[in-house]
Design a binder for this molecule. Structure first.
Ligand code: GUN
Ligand code: ZN
Length: 491
C-alpha cells in the first residue's frame, strides 16, 4: 500500500506531515473539531475560518436517526454536513464504552461509512478502560484485532482511509503488541484509543506511558491520532511524543460548562476579570459582557476553537524552529500533573533520542527536567568518541593563560559535563544554560565527567572547581586516579 502520509519536518518524535485523503491533503499536527450531527452551534461550513482542515463526526449517530441516515445515504456525508473538505467518522465505539452495547455490528458500520463517502473510517473497536485486569484487557484486545482485520478485508482500493485503533488499557505490553499487530495488517492511520478517562482524571503521566508504548510498536512514519484529546494544554507534549491528529469536542463541551480554554489551563467564565486572548470574540467583548451575553455558550465555543488552533500553530512553529521540547517544558508547568507527565516523558529519552534530529536550534535549559533531554543522553552515549591523552585541563571559565600548559583543554558545562573546547559552538553543546546550575544538571554533568575519565585512563585531568559547581559527586571525582580538583582563591 502506498503511503498517504509524508513527513516534511521533525523535532523530538514530533513532526509536520501531510496526510492525503479523498477530499484533500491535511497538514499535521492538527485538530479535528467534533461535529454533532444533531445539534451544532458552529456550522461545519464555518470551521475553516478557525483553522480547521478536517472534521470528525460520528457515523453511529447518523445511522441511528432515520432522517440523517437517509440523507447521508442519498446525498453523502459531505452534503449532510455541508463541508467539502476531509471528514473522519467514528464508529459508535465510544457509545459502546459508555452504554455497554450498540445497535450495529462492525461489518454494518464499516459498510455504512463507506456508503456515505467518509474520508477516514473507524471500525467498531472496544475501548477498554484503564486499570481493568490484564485478562479482560487482553480478551477485548483480541476481539478488537479480529474486527480490525475484518474491516481491513472489507475496505480495499485507494479511496477511503481506514483507521486501526490501538487498545490495551493501561498495559504497556499490550499497547505495544497491539500496535505491532496492527502495523502488520496495515492501516492508514493509527488512533490511540480509550485515553479519555486518563485525561479526565489528569493522569497525563499514564497517558505518556500509553503513547510511548503504542508508538514503539508502530512504524515511526505512520500517522497517529490521539482519540478524544482536545485540550490545547497537552498538544505540545503529545506532539513531541509523536501524535499527529487530535479531535476536539472539548471546545463545545467546555463552553457548555461555561469554561474558557487557554493553552495554560481553563477558567470558569465567572472568574474572568480580563480576557487574555486576541481572538475576535475576546477583542469584541469585555469579560463581563462575555459572561452576561445571551449567547455566552456559543461565544465561548468560538473562543475555545480559536485558541485550540492558535496552539496548533504555536506547536508547528516550534517543530519548524526545532524548539518543541522547550515548548513542552513550558506547557508542562501549567499543572503539576503535566509536570509529572514531562518527567515521565524523559524516562523515554532513550527512545526519543533515536528519532530526534541530530541538529536543531540552540538547546535552551529550562529547568531540572532539561537535564534528562534526549540530547544530553546522546552526548553521554557518545563519550567514547573522545580520546584524551596526556594532560587535560577542565575549565568552566573563559580561556586563560594556563590553557597552553596542557595537551588538552576541555570545557565543563552542565548538564553535559566536560568536552573538548573545539566543540563549544557545536549543537547541542552551544546550549544556553543558567550560570548557577541546579543540582540535577550538575549531577548529570559530573556523572558524564566520571565516565569520560574512566574511558581515558591514560590522561591526567585537572578540574578548576568553582563554588557554584559544588555537588556531592565532586568527592567521587577527587577520589579518582589522575584527577585533581583545584580550588581557585576567588572566582
Ligand atoms: N473516542 C474516544 N476514544 C475512543 C476509542 O477508543 N475508540 C473509538 N472508536 N472512538 C473513541
Ligand atoms: Zn479569545
Amino acid at each position: 500500500m502506498s503511503s498517504r502520509f509524508d513527513i516534511i519536518h521533525k523535532d523530538a518524535a514530533g513532526r509536520i506531515g501531510r496526510l492525503a485523503t479523498p477530499h484533500g491533503v491535511v497538514e499535521t499536527p492538527t485538530v479535528m473539531p467534533v461535529i454533532n450531527p444533531n445539534l451544532q452551534t458552529i456550522k461545519p461550513s464555518e470551521m475553516r475560518d478557525f483553522g480547521a482542515q478536517i472534521l470528525i463526526t460520528n457515523s453511529y449517530i447518523i445511522y441511528r436517526k432515520e432522517e440523517l441516515r437517509e440523507k447521508a445515504l442519498k446525498d453523502g456525508l459531505h452534503a449532510l454536513l455541508d463541508f467539502d473538505g476531509p471528514i473522519m467518522t467514528d464508529s459508535g465505539s465510544f457509545q459502546l464504552s459508555v452504554y455497554g452495547e450498540v445497535e450495529v455490528t462492525n461489518e454494518l458500520i464499516i459498510d455504512f461509512q463507506q456508503k456515505i463517502g467518509t474520508d477516514i473510517a473507524v471500525p467498531l473497536d472496544i475501548p477498554t478502560p484503564p486499570d481493568v485486569d490484564f485478562k479482560r484487557a487482553e480478551e477485548e484486545l483480541d476481539i478488537t484485532i479480529e474486527r480490525l482485520k475484518a474491516a481491513r478485508e472489507l475496505v480495499t482500493g485507494d479511496g477511503m482511509l481506514l483507521a486501526g485503533p490501538v487498545q490495551g488499557s493501561t498495559y504497556s505490553e499490550l499497547r505495544e503488541r497491539s500496535a505491532r499487530t496492527l502495523s502488520e495488517i496495515g492501516f492508514d492511520i493509527y488512533p490511540f484509543g480509550a485515553v479519555v478517562p486518563l485525561m479526565e482524571s489528569y493522569r497525563y503521566a499514564d497517558l505518556v506511558d500509553v503513547i510511548a508504548a503504542s508508538k514503539k510498536g508502530l512504524d515511526p512514519a505512520a500517522p497517529v491520532h490521539l482519540f478524544g484529546a482536545g485540550h490545547p494544554m497537552m498538544f505540545a507534549l503529545a506532539v513531541a511524543l509523536g501524535c499527529d491528529l487530535f479531535d476536539s469536542a472539548a471546545y463545545a463541551l467546555y463552553a457548555k460548562d461555561r469554561r474558557y480554554i487557554t493553552s495554560r489551563g481553563t477558567f470558569h467564565v465567572d472568574n474572568l476579570k480580563y480576557l487574555p486572548c486576541s481572538c475576535p470574540v475576546c477583542m469584541n467583548h469585555s469579560a463581563e459582557e462575555l459572561n452576561k451575553a445571551h449567547n455566552c455558550t456559543e461565544l465561548l465555543a468560538r473562543h475555545n476553537l480559536y485558541v485550540t488552533f492558535q496552539e496548533v500553530r504555536v506547536v508547528k512553529q516550534a517543530i519548524w524552529e526545532g524548539n518543541l521540547l522547550e515548548l513542552v517544558e513550558q506547557r508542562c508547568r501549567s499543572h503539576p500533573r503535566m509536570l509529572e507527565a514531562l518527567k515521565r516523558m524523559y524516562t523515554y529519552s532513550d527512545w526519543l533520542e533515536k528519532v530526534d534530529p541530530a541538529s536543531k536550534s540552540t538547546f535552551f535549559y529550562c529547568g531540572p527536567e532539561s537535564s534528562r533531554r534526549p540530547e544530553v543522553l546522546r552526548f553521554a552515549n557518545h563519550l567514547d568518541r573522545f580520546t584524551i591523552r596526556g594532560s587535560a585541563l577542565i575549565r568552566s571559565s573563559p580561556p586563560g593563560r594556563a590553557d597552553k600548559e596542557y595537551d588538552n583543554v576541555l570545557v565543563f558545562k552542565p548538564p553535559f559535563g566536560a568536552y573538548p573546547q573545539e566543540l563549544v559552538e557545536i549543537y547541542p553543546l552551544n546550549a544556553e544554560v543558567v550560570r548557577t546550575p541546579d543540582y540535577e544538571s550538575l549531577e548529570q554533568a559530573y556523572l558524564n565527567t566520571i565516565k569520560l575519565v574512566e574511558l581515558n585512563p591514560e590522561a591526567e585531568f585537572t578540574f578548576i572547581m568553582q563554588e557554584r559547581f559544588e555537588h556531592p559527586l565532586v568527592n567521587k571525582l577527587e577520589g579518582m586516579d589522575k584527577f585533581t580538583v583545584v580550588y581557585p582563591q576567588s572566582e
